[in-house]
Write a protein that binds this ligand. Structure first.
Ligand SMILES: O=C(O)CCC(=O)C(=O)O
Ligand SMILES: [Fe+2]
Length: 266
């Protein structure tokens, strides 16, 4: 990646809460990942409560050589390094999120679990997902949807949502009028197989239903970085972050509170 593209990619991540880096996986590796994902989906028990998210298989790198290779995949590590995200490390496992043929949509949610911590308003990402869609995605097969900027800016939808995943949303009705709504600011992310999608855990996102007879496979790898100011950061630091006590313990919360305001505070 040339330095200009690297800078733009990071800027996109900072402003919008997501970005796409094309052509990270080779065709051969993609084929292998598809084959391995199919094998695991065909032999492992699918998560009983995750019809909206997909099959949701947790795979530890120490147990799976193919997935371990993905976690350490050099072109991805290099791309992260180039955009200044080289200090992100994986969590030891990935999640296979396969939408089976005709599987339902995924509800609106965000995945940050530390909303009581002032780090919640850091203008840089602390926890990100690396998502590899193993097929080209389109509206028909369940592409990702995102509302740009919502990682740092509260919108009315934040206060209308059922809390994500195990805290409620897994058990909603398929016709929930808000959780599966369209939003005027949403972006449908149509990705090419082999691209790497990065997302800030705080950004509001969802996925469309799979209306096709083929699987839509996603491998999602959570990554976090140390609780320090990133080397690339040369702008203002919000007071809540600058004055944060690193020794304090902050209780976990999936619900955005005082650290997510309608306007970005600086
Ligand atoms: O299916 C997708 O595209 C996104 C999955 C996701 O965001 C999640 O399971 O938390
Ligand atoms: Fe998510």
């Amino acid at each position: 990646m040339n330095p200009e593209v690297a800078r733009e990619t990071r800027e996109k991540m900072l402003q919008d809460g997501y970005c796409v880096i094309p052509d990270i996986l080779s065709q051969d590796f993609l084929r292998e990942l598809r084959q391995e994902s199919n094998r695991l989906n065909d032999t492992m028990e699918h998560h009983p409560d995750t019809k909206y998210q997909g099959t949701h298989l947790g795979i530890r790198y120490e147990d799976n050589e193919v997935m371990c290779r993905l976690a350490e995949w050099e072109p991805a590590r290099q791309a992260l390094e180039e955009i200044g995200f080289g200090d992100f490390v994986h969590a030891g496992s990935l999640i296979i999120l396969t939408k089976e043929p005709f599987a339902p949509a995924l509800y609106w949610h965000q995945d940050w679990m530390r909303w009581e911590d002032p780090l919640s308003c850091s203008p840089w990402p602390q926890t990100i997902f690396l998502s590899y869609y193993l097929e080209d995605t389109a509206i028909e097969n369940g592409c990702f949807k995102v509302i740009p900027g919502t990682h740092l800016k509260r919108i009315p939808l934040h206060d209308q949502l059922v809390t994500a995943h195990e805290q409620g949303a897994r058990f909603i009705e398929e016709d929930h009028p808000i959780m599966f709504s369209d939003h005027p600011d949403q972006v449908d992310l149509l990705t090419k197989a082999g691209a790497l999608v990065l997302g800030d855990a705080r950004v509001l996102h969802a996925a469309r239903k799979n209306q096709t007879a083929e699987r839509r496979n996603l491998l999602l790898l959570w990554h976090s970085r140390p609780e320090t100011i990133p080397d690339y950061w040369d702008r203002e630091i919000p007071p809540a972050v600058a004055e944060r006590d690193p020794e304090a313990t902050y209780s976990g919360s999936r619900i955005p509170g005082q650290y997510l305001q309608p306007k970005i505070i600086d």
